[in-house]
Design a protein around this ligand. Structure first.
Ligand code: SAM
Length: 276
């Protein structure tokens, strides 16, 4: 039943991820490509995709039924989910978290991804139609997670979002650990802009400092642009408690400089306006 099982014999499995869905091929595709696939091949992560229909007992493998109380749509029945989780517990061990993607859940964040990346085993139960029978959520879920304020047709995309964000935080999954530690949200500010060859394309030049080979200046430019774009796009990150805890003297000083320069150019503009 496993969609993409760890292939490297003898390797230590760091993390198991089980995803229960009525569209297993949709999810297996995700586990066959890119960083997640490589992590599975190397045995760092073991992803198993389970077809909810395999846990039905009737001839037609029915997983849904109409809602009590009437109304539109269908609801995913409880029994197949209970059986699927019992099977996962039996064959793959007790999970640290059973996550139900739902637009009504707690918003998924970087911190949750990091937290779950330290777990040995997580399970994701994907809803469809009007959702999953509430008794599944009450009895089995440790977390209900939303990936944003919009409604998807099913939990598969959300489960893949969660699994991808979690897996890339597992140590050793992304080749150079700096890629992960310097990403947006890894620190309470956004990543700096990235450029590659050619140095000029259609009249747009890469900032000179990045071509200078001067590592200290490159680092200063990166910190400054990261903080500038955080101020422009996500100023809330700089006001949160995480920022005070994480920002060192360099960050504090650079942010003060940017704010002072911006304040200066605003006052200059106001003065010129009053004069004219
Ligand atoms: N009737 C539900 C409601 O309004 O809250 C929406 C059900 S939705 C059409 C079907 C399934 O998609 C949900 O059970 C959930 O698994 C998933 N889903 C939809 N939007 C989501 C979101 N923003 N975050 C996570 N999962 C979502």
């Amino acid at each position: 039943m496993a969609g993409t099982d760890a292939a490297t014999e003898g390797a230590t499995i760091v993390m198991r991820v089980d995803i229960v869905t009525i569209f297993p091929e949709m999810v297996r595709g995700f586990a066959r490509e890119g960083i997640v696939a490589r992590a599975c091949e190397r045995g760092v992560v073991d992803i198993a995709v389970h077809d909810l229909r395999d846990f039905t007992t009737d001839r037609h493998r029915v997983v849904d039924d109409s809602p009590f109380g009437g109304g539109p749509g269908m609801v995913l029945k409880p029994e197949p989910f209970f059986r699927a989780l019992a099977h996962i517990r039996e064959t793959r061990g007790e999970p640290s978290a059973v996550i139900v993607p739902s637009p009504q859940g707690r918003r998924f964040t970087h911190d949750l991804a990091v937290g779950w990346s330290r777990a040995e085993h997580i399970v994701l139960l994907c809803g469809r139609y009007e959702g999953i029978d509430e008794r599944v959520v009450e009895a089995l879920a440790t977390d209900e997670i939303s990936i944003g304020d919009y409604v998807l047709s099913g939990g598969e995309l959300a489960a893949m979002v969660v699994a991808d964000a979690v897996v890339r935080q597992v140590p050793g999954v992304v080749g150079d650990a700096r890629s992960v530690s310097e990403d947006s949200f890894a620190r309470p500010w956004l990543d700096y802009p990235h450029y590659t060859r050619p140095a000029e394309w259609e009249g747009r030049r890469v900032p000179d400092v990045l071509l200078s080979g001067h590592h200290a200046q490159v680092a200063r430019w990166r910190l400054r642009t990261a903080l500038e774009r955080t101020l422009d796009r996500r100023p809330d990150l700089l006001d949160g408690p995480g920022f005070a805890a994480e920002a060192g003297a360099d960050v504090e000083r650079t942010l003060r400089e940017i704010r002072a320069e911006r304040q200066g150019s605003r006052s200059g503009r106001q003065e010129r306006k009053q004069e004219s």
